[in-house]
Write a new protein. Structure first.
Length: 390
């Protein structure tokens, strides 16, 4: 191959590659993260987005997607999906940039996928709300709501890291197919269906923008509460609310991670006072780990860098021998670990078929996220358990 031929070949490769920009937020996991349990990241029933589109074993759900689209157009008395296609074509370029991998689908295939996947998700959420209003979980005309395992499998697949659709696509379709509902209604519908009890305790209510101002009015702090930790947590809460209402959510997994932030914060100010005990309630989980283990810093400062070495947290046996008392927390999500006056309260972790999958995909999201590490709830939690049992 001559130099000219090689140049032409490389130029062709460059034209065919898509550079990653700040919009990029849906990745394929590095094989190293998949090593232990590859199946935890693979959909069982439902393909959402281009990465899993067309895979064997997932094609049956395509008929359900068509059925939901048909029901939506019938409900709205529409004879064509043309206006949705036109709207999604305008979003295609922006949507493609959200994926780190190059997408081989043609423009028509990609737009069709966005329409079918997006409308399926939105109509699913609406159907869940409708069934709740009549106090039932079953719909004799819909197989998804006749078989519990099918509904659970869909919930699982919607929270997979690689199985995502950009949230702005869902927002656009929701606005076009609704009857005047705002974005907050979409957030609430998503929370109501996707809030896994293992991860989020109770029902999440979408906070309004006015809640940002309300959080700046501190409840009376206990004597040992630290102002800095309180301010840090309020700042994190405010940023989460702003992301929600400014249209900055990336996808459904990002939405649930944001919901965990709200759950951890707890808007109830009476609970907020309790959470500030020992100054640890408004610190991230790893702060509790440091407190438990009596962390110390070994600073080795050179002209170019500073290296901080931390000792590992002691195991449960070592902590018990040192006088730490372990208690089962009566309420709260799994991330609400408390340590005060030698007592460690740990919420129970309920293990079901999808617990590992949920946690692994949240960890994957946190590892690829550009957000600050102090919001890595799942990563900190699993590190905490690992240290506790080592």
């Amino acid at each position: 191959m001559t130099s000219s031929d090689l140049s032409i070949s490389i130029d062709g490769m460059l034209k065919g590659s898509t550079p990653s920009g700040p919009e990029c937020c849906i990745f394929k996991l590095h094989p190293h993260l998949r090593d232990v349990n590859d199946k935890a990241y693979e959909p069982l029933l439902l393909a959402i987005g281009p990465y899993n589109h067309g895979k064997d074993g997932l094609k049956r759900m395509e008929e359900h997607k068509l059925q939901y689209l048909r029901q939506m157009t019938q409900r709205r008395k529409e004879n064509s999906v043309d206006r949705y296609i036109k709207a999604l074509r305008q979003l295609e370029g922006k949507a493609r940039k959200c994926y780190a991998e190059s997408i081989s689908q043609t423009s028509d295939e990609f737009v069709k996928m966005m329409l079918l996947d997006g409308c399926f998700i939105i109509e699913l959420f609406r159907k869940v709300k409708k069934l709740k209003e009549i106090r039932t979980q079953r719909d004799e005309h819909d197989p998804i709501f006749q078989l519990n395992w099918m509904r659970d499998g869909i919930l699982r697949d919607l929270l997979l890291f690689e199985n995502q659709l950009p949230f702005f696509v869902l927002t656009k379709l929701f606005e076009m197919t609704g009857s005047g509902e705002g974005k907050s209604e979409l957030f609430q519908l998503a929370f109501d269906f996707l809030s896994v009890p293992t991860l989020i305790q109770g029902t999440i209510k979408v906070p309004g923008n006015d809640s940002i101002d309300e959080t700046t009015a501190d409840p009376v702090p206990p004597k040992d509460a630290t102002t800095s930790s309180r301010e840090e947590m309020v700042d994190k809460y405010k940023m989460a609310v702003q992301r929600l209402h400014n249209g900055e959510l990336k996808h459904l997994l990002d939405l649930i991670h944001t919901g965990i932030s709200f759950s951890v914060f707890d808007m109830d100010k009476n609970h907020a006072i309790v959470r500030q005990e020992a100054g640890g309630k408004f610190k991230k989980l790893s702060e509790t780990v440091k407190h438990l283990s009596g962390y110390f810093k070994n600073r080795k400062v050179s002209e170019k860098e500073e290296i901080e070495d931390w000792t590992l947290m002691h195991s449960a046996i070592e902590l018990h021998e040192a006088g730490v008392k372990f208690h089962k927390a009566e309420e709260g999500n799994i991330f609400g670990i408390k340590f005060n006056n030698g007592k460690l309260e740990v919420p129970p972790l309920t293990i079901d078929d999808n617990t590992e999958t949920h946690l692994r995909n949240l960890i994957a999201y946190e590892q690829y996220s550009q957000e600050k590490a102090d919001s890595h709830y799942a990563t900190d939690y699993m590190c905490f358990l690992d240290d506790l049992m080592h």
